[in-house]
Each structure stands twice: as C-alpha cells, then as structure tokens.
Ligand binder design. Structure first.
Ligand SMILES: C[S@@+](CC[C@H](N)C(=O)[O-])C[C@H]1O[C@@H](n2cnc3c(N)ncnc32)[C@H](O)[C@@H]1O
Length: 206
C-alpha cells in the first residue's frame, strides 16, 4: 500500500468522536447554506454534479467503501469544489446516531442495494420504519427525502412503506420538476433499458 493511501483528503470528514452527535458546524463550518445528504453515494457522480449545479448549497456523501469515499474526494478536489464532503460510515449509524438533527434540506437515497434474496429483505433500508423516522429527524421542516431504484419489487415495498409512514407525505415527482443529476448506477441501468422509479417525500410535522 502506498503512503498516498493513508493521506487524508481535505474533503473527507473525520469526526473526532464517533459516539457523540455532530453539530451542524462540524460538517461545513459556520454557514447558512442549505445542506443535502446523499446516502450510499458510491463514486459520487450525483454529488459532484449537484454541487456544481448548486454552488450555494452543501453536499455531504455517506459511503461505507473507503475506495469510493476517496474517489469522491479526489474528483471533487480536482474540480475545485468547496461544497462537497464525504464521510466513510454505515448509513443507518450515521443517520440515527451521528448526524445533527434537523440539519438537511434534502436527503437522497439513490439506487440502494435492493437485497433481492428473501432472507435479506429485512436489510432493505426503505422497509425499516425506524430508518424512515431517522431520515425524518435529519430533515428540516419542509425538507424532502428522495429515493430512486431500478428494482421493481423494492420500489413497491418502498412506496407502501412511504404511504403508511406518518413522517412523510408522498409528492408528485415529474421529470421536469427540478434539476436532478443522474447517478452512476442510474446511467448504467438506463443503458440496459431498465425502468427507473422514484419517490419524493415531504417531511410532515407530526
Ligand atoms: C448500488 S450502489 C449506488 C451508488 C450511487 N448512489 C449511485 O446511484 O450510483 C449502493 C452504494 O451504497 C453503498 N452502501 C450500501 N450499503 C451501505 C450502508 N449500509 N452504508 C453506507 N453505504 C452503503 C455501497 O457501497 C454502494 O456504493
């Protein structure tokens, strides 16, 4: 392993204490800018394109694979982006225990692992009521949670979960509603003709 692999990236977040909830200022410093969080950001194509398109907002990617986190940081640093950070951590831990409450204007979960085998269905994030509650806690009032998948059955499960979830209201999401960058996986699935479906969920005040 070269010494370069140990070199911290300026855009990678290294929380000092993983057992204490972060403050908003720990993410991007003192700022009034809106925050968007991409859960399972992969190589970060979406994150980078959004950060370029909306330079006034901040973009945090959460990803468990080190190589992908480093790629996000390397690419964003090369592109001169100051509004991107990546955190190497497991999504549910970050959402439930580490990230500040009511900090994000939008949270994105794009093409998460669909766990197709029946014995693994309980690992699907959207099928876990406590996960949806944690995402709602992460959002500001009026914040939105956006989900996309190419997996027909996972979409149906997610839609049902969203419809009965007291913390969200399902909104229409026409293609031209707003600029929304393509992800790496979305591009791959579109190339092979897979149908992409999405959910746009508005946090409700309960
Ligand atoms: C299918 S890929 C999609 C990546 C990206 N969102 C896209 O659409 O191109 C799923 C990503 O989520 C990451 N991932 C899966 N489970 C995770 C978890 N529990 N915590 C953090 N990242 C996770 C994987 O490492 C992978 O990069």
């Amino acid at each position: 392993m070269s010494s370069e692999e140990f070199k911290p990236f300026a855009l990678e977040l290294y929380p000092e204490n993983l057992f204490q909830r972060l403050a908003v200022g720990d993410l991007f410093g003192a700022t009034e800018s809106a925050l968007e969080i991409d859960l399972g950001c992969g190589d970060g194509r979406f994150l980078q394109a959004m950060a370029e398109h909306f330079p006034q907002s901040n973009y945090l990617g959460i990803e468990r694979l080190l190589g992908r986190v480093r790629k996000v940081c390397r690419r964003s640093e090369r592109a001169g982006l100051k509004n991107v950070r990546a955190l190497r951590l497991e999504t549910t831990y970050a959402v439930e225990w580490l990230l500040p409450r009511a900090c994000a204007q939008r949270v994105h979960l794009l093409f998460p692992d669909p766990w197709p085998k029946k014995k693994h269905h309980k690992r699907r994030l959207m099928a876990q009521p406590e996960f949806l509650k944690s995402v709602a806690d992460l959002l500001e009032e009026g914040g939105e949670f956006l989900f996309k998948t190419d997996h027909e059955e996972y979409f149906e499960v997610a839609q049902e979960a969203a419809e009965i979830c007291p913390y969200f209201k399902v909104l229409d999401w026409p293609e031209d509603a707003f600029f929304y960058a393509e992800t790496d996986f979305e591009r791959q699935w579109k190339e092979v003709g897979r149908r992409i479906q999405g959910l746009r969920l508005l946090k409700t005040s309960v």
